[in-house]
Design a protein around this ligand. Structure first.
Ligand code: FAD
Length: 388
């Protein structure tokens, strides 16, 4: 069997690795990646954090497997005795809610507990007792992850999957897919910018924020847009000790990174347009993010902005969740797209799941079918209430 994967970011590379290590696989894995420096790829520009605090069961289960995988990844992905340094910091998310959001936090909490997540609800007084450096202004309720959450080096994970996949025989072609060939309900080939034509039995779209352009090559519409998200790096003279990843009322978040912190947040809805240039906006930091940070953590009034960057979320406008599996119109064309800001933590589980769908025709380890791309056609959204 020949499998052609369009896009060699963390998703395409995770899939290549899981395929290559499955004893049921015989054949050829070709990953077409137009930019091996990954300058604009989401996987290289990610905040690379992992959580259990979702509001849909499937995302919680994916997160649990993600953490288990990260704990073992340095062994699993080692090549020739050299292991990727993932620098996994296990520390919780602290999600804050004002009075109107408290009911959603409680509902998410019930689902998370039912799925076995180690999470705790905190009233404002308990919040301040645990985190005395934090102001409880306007907070009605908080949710703290006590385990199985944290952050890691996403670039190292991408490179780890890529190198280990190559060691298993996957081939990466530095080229761009520019056209698709389809015969009825079958994908037949892709054409590359170099002029080469690649025929295959199975094709996979793992093109991140550019997935809709690849789908269009097969005459398919995909509700995925490249939405810019900015990340700011700062230091502060008296940093709060052992801070978790804090998500404030407005969705603005911060977490420790090295000697300082990184932070970000959703832009105003009317400014959240697709394909904005990948440049972080300083006024957004100065006028929106910094005031919110300083209100929540008075010590952040004295912070210093050190640097910033911007990357694209592959924003699924339908329901902000992954779109996975074979397309109902073309059954040998699989998708792993639309992660809307929570993809890097999902790569281990989704890579394994799509490999199982391709090789065994079904999910064998973790049922990812609630995320089937077929739900688009059925008009059946699976809304994730906890998008950060
Ligand atoms: C600022 C920011 C913060 C984030 N924070 C988190 C977080 O904390 N936790 C989390 O889980 N996720 C987070 N994410 C999301 C996560 O990084 C992404 O969901 C994940 O990296 C997606 O991986 P991917 O492989 O699908 O996409 P990408 O990494 O973008 O890879 C897609 C690849 O496809 C290639 N490609 C596209 N079209 C073609 C073509 N026609 N031919 C050949 N190659 C092509 C591109 O060059 C690219 O390398 C964040 C993202 C951003 C931008």
């Amino acid at each position: 069997m020949r499998v052609v994967i369009v896009g060699g970011g963390v998703m395409g590379s995770a899939l290549a690795w899981w395929l290559g290590r499955d004893p049921a696989f015989t054949g050829e894995i070709l990953v077409v990646e137009r930019d091996p420096s990954y300058r604009r790829a989401s996987s290289a520009l990610s905040a690379s954090s992992i959580r259990q605090q979702f509001g849909t069961e499937v995302n919680i289960a994916i997160g649990r497997f993600g953490v288990e995988f990260l704990r073992r990844a340095e062994d699993l992905l080692a090549v020739g005795g050299e292991a990727p340094a993932l620098g996994f910091v296990e520390r919780g998310y602290l999600v804050l809610a004002a009075a109107p959001g408290a009911a959603v936090l409680r509902a998410n909490h019930r689902i998370q507990r039912a799925c076995g997540a180690d999470v705790l609800l905190l009233e404002p007084a308990e919040l301040v007792a645990r985190f005395p450096w934090l102001s409880p202004e306007d907070v009605a309720l908080a949710s703290l992850g006590l385990g199985d959450e944290g952050w890691f080096d996403g670039w190292a994970l991408l490179q780890g999957f890529r190198k280990a996949a190559i060691a298993l025989g996957a081939r990466y072609l530095t080229d761009e897919v520019v056209a698709g060939e389809r015969r009825g309900d079958r994908a037949v080939a892709v054409r590359l910018a170099s002029g080469e034509r690649l025929a295959a039995e199975v094709f996979v779209v793992a093109a991140g924020p550019w997935a809709a352009a690849v789908a269009a090559m097969f005459d398919l519409a995909l509700p995925v847009e490249a939405r810019r998200r900015c990340v700011y790096v700062f230091e502060t003279p008296e940093p709060p000790a052992s801070a978790p990843l804090v998500v404030d009322l407005s969705g603005i978040w911060f977490r420790p990174e090295g000697r300082g912190f990184i932070c970000g947040g959703p832009p105003p809805e009317e400014e959240d347009r697709p394909d904005l240039p990948l440049v972080a906006e300083d006024p957004f930091f100065e006028e929106t993010i910094w005031p919110a940070l300083a209100r929540r953590v008075p010590a952040f009034e004295r912070l210093r902005l050190r640097s910033s960057w911007a990357g694209y979320y592959a924003w699924n406008t339908f329901d902000q969740n992954a779109l996975l599996g074979p397309h109902p119109e073309i059954d040998n064309l699989h998708f792993m797209v639309g992660f809307s800001g929570h993809g890097i933590q999902q790569a281990p589980a989704v890579g394994r799941g799509i490999a199982e769908r391709i090789l065994h025709g079904r999910y064998r380890s973790l049922d990812l079918s609630p995320l089937d791309i077929a739900r688009l056609r059925e008009g059946r959204p699976l809304r994730e209430p906890a998008v950060i």
